[in-house]
Design a protein around this ligand. Structure first.
Ligand code: AMP
Length: 356
């Protein structure tokens, strides 16, 4: 166990790192951020920052020597960086092997299939000829995605019966892709589960996610689904966490079909945007759970004390920050980003309704 006073190293300097560092500070830990960015949101609230590229081996070695445990706040850091840190003798949670699965959509879906978790039907496509074959196999409506470095809908192309496949292939813009059947879902939900080294796990109730332009817009907690579906979704998330052997926090994004099937879309081995509501509405936030898990502390209770609706403040939305301050039910979170570019997550606001 790492006692309070120890230093947690975080790869990545975005808002997830920032909110993890704030939770860590409350428990008496220090954070050291590793990021290539200047004035990163996480750096603004942390004791130290190493500003370097993720491929800078010397900087990684210095960082490893300066911290007690390491985690990451986004999954697109090179797995080699995480492996180098393990080789330097520092524990990295979640393990680099988990990162390798989560940062590759094909490996992720193959893994899910290997543990009997249902996903949309999919095919690997490495050429335009393979894409044509895959479209024939999967059916007329599908989504072509890059295998790596895709998030918030980047590198995704919707394919219909009239789509020009050559154009779709070049629009995707990578050498390898995955073609997934389009899921005509009733709703999108996610479950966040924290898991400790002992195997103990704590899951939050499923929440409902609304996307606009592929970016999460609103999370409704809890999801408006039947208790039976909620139990199934939670069981899937626990099963995936257990099979990954993850130490940390895992978000499992799922589609619920009109027939009541639950299909896993994506895994994120880190705190997730759809878990931000836990800061203001649960006994223990997803960020505190990450700190507890990586430091070997007992996990906290995930129990909600309030229902919540979380709205992302994207791009120019953030200009209305003053209005949220006058809403007594609203908790405003701003990430300290200077430039409000379109599509950029600038903050979020959670409206809470106490359960009792
Ligand atoms: P992803 O980057 O895979 O999380 O996808 C972003 C969003 O695109 C999802 O949350 C869905 O709203 C939508 N989407 C992705 N894959 C599919 C699919 N196979 N069928 C229908 N919608 C999808």
């Amino acid at each position: 166990m790492l006692a309070p006073g120890s230093t947690i190293g975080i790869l990545g300097g975005g808002q997830l790192g920032r909110m993890t560092a704030l939770a860590a500070a409350r428990l008496g830990y220090k954070c050291h951020i590793f990021t290539p960015e200047d004035d990163a949101p996480a750096s603004q609230v942390s004791a130290r920052t190493t500003k370097a590229d993720y491929t800078d081996r010397e900087a990684l070695a210095r960082f490893a020597a300066a911290v007690d445990v390491i985690t990451f706040e986004f999954e697109n850091i090179p797995a080699e960086a995480a492996e180098a840190l393990v080789a330097a003798g520092r524990p990295v949670h979640p393990a680099p092997s988990v990162l390798r699965i989560a940062q590759d959509r094909l490996r992720e879906k193959d893994f899910l299939r290997s543990i009997d978790v249902a996903t949309a039907n999919y095919r690997e496509v490495g050429s335009i000829a393979a894409l044509r074959r895959a479209v024939r196999d999967i059916g007329p409506l599908s989504v072509l995605k890059t295998v790596r470095l895709g998030y918030d809908g980047k590198g995704q192309v919707l394919i219909g019966p009239d789509t020009d496949l050559e154009a779709a292939w070049s629009k995707m813009g990578a050498d390898v892709g995955i073609l997934e059947a389009f899921v005509d879902f009733g709703c999108e939900i996610s479950v966040i589960v924290a898991r400790a080294e002992s195997g103990a796990a704590a899951a939050y109730p499923p929440v409902e996610n609304k996307h606009v332009d592929h970016i999460l817009d609103t999370t409704i907690a809890p999801a408006r689904i039947t208790p039976e579906l909620a139990m199934r979704a939670e069981a899937i998330a626990r099963h995936v966490a257990e099979k990954l052997g993850i130490v940390g926090v895992l978000a499992v994004e799922m589609f619920v079909t009109p027939k009541g099937e639950v299909l896993v879309n994506e895994l994120a081995p880190r705190p997730h945007n759809s878990g931000h509501w836990t800061i203001d509405a649960c006994q223990t936030s997803q960020f505190e759970q990450l700190v507890r898990a990586v430091c070997g502390l007992p996990l906290g209770s995930p129990e909600p004390h309030s229902d919540a609706v979380m709205k992302n403040l994207i791009g120019a939305d953030v200009e209305k920050w003053r209005e949220w301050l006058t809403d007594p039910a609203a908790k405003l979170h701003l990430y300290g980003k200077r430039e409000a570019r379109p599509g950029r997550k600038m903050g979020h606001v959670t409206r809470v309704v106490p359960r009792r």
